[in-house]
Ligand binder design. Structure first.
Ligand code: NAD
Length: 330
């Protein structure tokens, strides 16, 4: 197939070209995101390969169809950025990579928790300045603390399991509780009960109309004073302005984000020479108890290899009219 690979970074190219040796598709790597402004770049291709910040809304999909695109191959798990109804209406198949390394994301959530708690980011800078004072670096034992996991799918369960190993008490909330997880590591409670009891809350559910701004003023008001909130899932789960209000009143004591509602305008790019126009994001950066990574949780060698291999297997299956288990239906 002739495939336009959007949002392509050097690391994508490396892993996708390597995986393509088994397939021999014709690939063109394009650095822009796919959106209404760039959609004309698809002329002459049969498929597009896209990532988390490409915007495939109804208008873009209509043009993809007019340009003869038959397949959208997502190289990620979440598909909140694709209008599936529009794709179905225009006969475009959508495939994704449902799991590539849940360990990568879960382990990053743990890295954020440990960094925020033990102030590793600040301690690192101090030592480089030959400042060995401990004032301001006080942390707490994770052992014995209560952690609330919202969304106990592949990633949430691994995060819960690791934190259980630290000696934490694990509370869980999911629309579909996992029996094995309940028997071994966690106690399922209501959303409200999880918010009330947890010292640390980690989000691992998908972004859907139902989970959009799941963490809002009302939810924050139910949390323990000084709670640690961690989001490695999708930015839209959190009402960022409400979280800033929570940080200002100290209701939220720590915030770790790997994702951000408006990240498509800033993440994955070197913005070090730019003036960032997003005042909400800039306000977040001023808090000493906030740590942000730029959608990095998935970024391990193992995950990139799995993403590339699954993406190309998906494309070959569709090209050869075979069953593809990773096809998403509206
Ligand atoms: P998964 O599908 O295995 O698990 C998601 C869980 O959320 C399921 O158990 C589901 O029942 C639950 N859920 C759905 N709606 C819910 C709701 N309203 N309330 C509570 N629970 C709900 O997915 P996963 O592989 O564990 O991934 C979780 C999320 O992590 C993805 O949706 C994606 O947004 C995010 N993610 C982020 C990165 C990153 O690099 N930061 C990488 C991969 C995935």
């Amino acid at each position: 197939m002739k495939i336009a690979v959007f949002s392509a970074k050097p690391y994508d190219k490396r892993f996708i070209e390597q995986a393509n040796r088994q397939h021999d598709h014709k690939l063109k790597f394009l650095s822009p995101n796919l959106n209404l402004e760039t959609v004309d770049l698809v002329t002459g291709f049969e498929a597009v390969c896209v990532f988390v910040n490409d915007r495939l809304d109804g208008n873009v999909i209509k043009i993809l169809h007019q340009q003869g695109i038959k397949l959208i191959a997502l190289r990620c798990a979440g598909y909140n950025n694709v209008d599936l109804d529009a794709a179905q209406e225009h006969g475009i198949t959508v495939v994704r990579v449902p799991a590539y390394s849940p360990y990568a994301v879960a382990e990053h959530a743990i890295a954020l928790i440990l960094t925020l708690n033990r102030k590793i980011h600040r301690a690192y800078n101090r030592v480089r300045e030959k400042n060995f004072a401990l004032n301001g670096l006080l942390g707490f034992d994770l052992h014995g603390r209560t952690v609330g996991i919202i969304g106990t799918g592949k990633i949430g369960r691994i995060a819960g399991q690791i934190l259980h190993g630290f000696g934490c008490r694990i509370l869980a909330y999911d629309l579909y509780p996992n029996q094995e997880f309940a028997e071994t590591f966690a106690e399922y409670v209501t959303f409200e009960e999880l918010l009330k009891q947890s010292d640390i809350i980690s989000l691992h559910c998908p972004l859907t109309p139902q989970t959009h701004h799941l963490i809002d003023d009302k939810a924050i008001a139910l949390m323990k004073t000084g709670v640690m909130l961690v989001n490695t899932s999708r930015g839209g789960l959190i009402d960022t302005k409400a979280v800033i209000r929570g940080l200002k009143t100290k209701q939220i004591g720590y915030l770790a984000l790997d994702v951000y509602e408006q990240e498509s305008k800033i993440f994955f790019e070197d913005m070090s020479e730019e003036i960032i126009q997003d005042d909400v994001f800039e306000r977040l950066l001023t808090f000493p108890n906030v740590i942000i990574t730029g959608h990095l949780a998935f970024f391990t060698e193992d995950a990139l290899k799995n993403i590339a291999e699954t993406t190309l297997n998906n494309i070959t299956a569709i090209a050869q009219n075979q069953d593809c288990p990773n096809r998403i239906k509206a």
